[in-house]
Design a protein around this ligand. Structure first.
Ligand code: NDP
Ligand code: MG
Length: 382
């Protein structure tokens, strides 16, 4: 029986994590749950899972009688304090954005394993997180489906060098759209993802392909692979979740129905697999699997993310901060879809190179990027 703390419990990944835990009550004991502001949703989860601790960034007006048995943490850093106190065996972080970085770093100190869905913590602080994990000898297990696929393929590596990682991308809802139409797209159009059902921010990132750019950076840190050895291929069916190529040209792929409970469960149970009653692949019904080269003219965010990581230092932090601000403005209806890459490009152009040596450097670069993004948005009349 492993104890598990879940950060972002009320979100898409958080709920699916609880779903896997529900299927294997003899294997996982949920001991701590954190969310940002959705108190009612968190209260319901507490009533079902009875964790010893709970946390909310936004203090609720009142605590119902039946959830007062928990030890509560409130405030912006509530999840971090909860992680420190809970000392769960595993922390699964499914917070959105750079806000997840301090929690990821704390989880490495307080717990045995970090199960990481929050890709932005690696994009902004990948060197710090992986460096600390290595120093402490603690594993960072990927939850993102592509990285889980690669991690699963790497189990067959047996010490052999890897020549290439191939990340698959669905291409998102605008895969076949003309550039002019993508630029004018609305939030309702961007939120119609063809194969995955996810939180708002990542759904917009998938539509712009920024998500794939963030995932290239995530893979670079998780697997210590140089960027030149990471490729992206568009695969609209989302059945191959990613691939690993070895030096003899052999390619291993991990396939399955697109269901996040597979990669979540793999991280939770690793090295054991957790059956949860999901759908199975029917190859004859699938008929065919197709592949395309990503178009970075229509989807410039993918190119900008890779270039930002190539430049290194504060650049990926600036990219991420600008993107978080731009996606927020887009979801609020303040800018059209094409405004997202414009804001990111402007912020990157105004960011001076700089090194990241500690978490404080990340937060500082993130603050500067957000201020720069707000100025860019204001200049666009948003
Ligand atoms: P959601 O928006 O659905 O959920 C986010 C969760 O995080 C909510 O529970 C939210 O609480 C909570 N939260 C936000 N900020 C904080 C904070 N500062 N402290 C504590 N909790 C916080 O997002 P997703 O589940 O879609 O995504 C989560 C992460 O996983 C992202 O980094 C995403 O890129 C990654 N990911 C998601 C996938 C998916 O299929 N959804 C696939 C692969 C990766 P509240 O409800 O109160 O706002
Ligand atoms: Mg992914």
């Amino acid at each position: 029986m492993r104890t598990l703390a879940i950060l972002g419990a009320t979100g898409s990944i958080g709920r699916q994590t609880l779903d896997v835990a529900r299927c294997a009550p003899d294997k996982f004991k949920v001991t701590a749950l954190a969310a940002r502001s959705d108190a009612d949703a968190l209260f319901d989860l507490i009533r079902e899972f009875h964790p010893a601790m709970a946390a909310l960034c936004v203090t609720p007006k009142e605590l119902p009688e039946d959830v007062r048995g928990c030890e509560w943490f409130f405030g912006e850093d509530a999840a971090i304090r909860m992680v420190r106190a809970a000392k769960a065996d595993d922390v699964l972080s499914a917070v959105v954005g750079v806000a997840g970085l301090p929690a990821a770093l704390e989880a490495l100190e307080a717990s045995q394993r970090l199960l990481l869905a929050n890709k932005e913590s690696l994009v902004t602080g990948g060197g710090l997180v992986m460096g600390r994990a290595a120093a402490l000898g603690k594993p960072v297990l990927p939850v993102d489906s592509e990285h889980s696929a690669i991690f699963q393929c790497l189990q067959a590596r047996q010490g052999n060098p890897v020549s290439r990682l191939i990340l698959t991308a669905s291409g998102g809802p605008f895969r076949r759209w003309r550039k002019e139409d993508i630029d004018r797209a609305t939030a309702a159009q961007a939120l119609g993802h063809p194969t995955w059902k996810m939180g708002l921010k990542i759904t917009v990132d998938c539509a712009s392909m920024m998500n794939k750019g963030l995932e290239v950076i995530e893979a670079h840190h998780l697997f210590r692979m140089p960027l030149e050895k990471i490729d992206v291929v568009v695969h609209p069916q989302s059945v191959i979740h990613s691939m690993v190529e070895f030096e003899d040209g052999a390619v291993l792929a991990q396939l399955g129905v697109p269901d996040m409970r597979v990669p979540i469960g793999y991280a939770m149970g690793y090295p054991e697999r957790i059956p949860f009653g999901g759908e199975r692949l029917d190859f004859a019904r699938l008929g065919q699997l197709t592949f395309e080269t990503p178009d970075t003219e229509r989807f410039p965010c993918l190119r900008m993310a890779i270039e930002a990581q190539r430049a290194g230092g504060v650049m990926p932090v600036a990219l991420n901060g600008a993107n978080e601000e731009a996606v927020g403005a887009f979801l609020a209806g303040r800018i059209p879809f094409g405004g997202i890459p414009r804001v990111v490009e402007t912020v990157l152009a105004h960011t001076a190179p700089g090194n990241i040596t500690c978490a404080g450097d990340v937060y500082e670069a993130d603050r500067a990027a957000r201020a720069s993004a707000k100025a860019a948005l204001a200049a666009m009349g948003a």
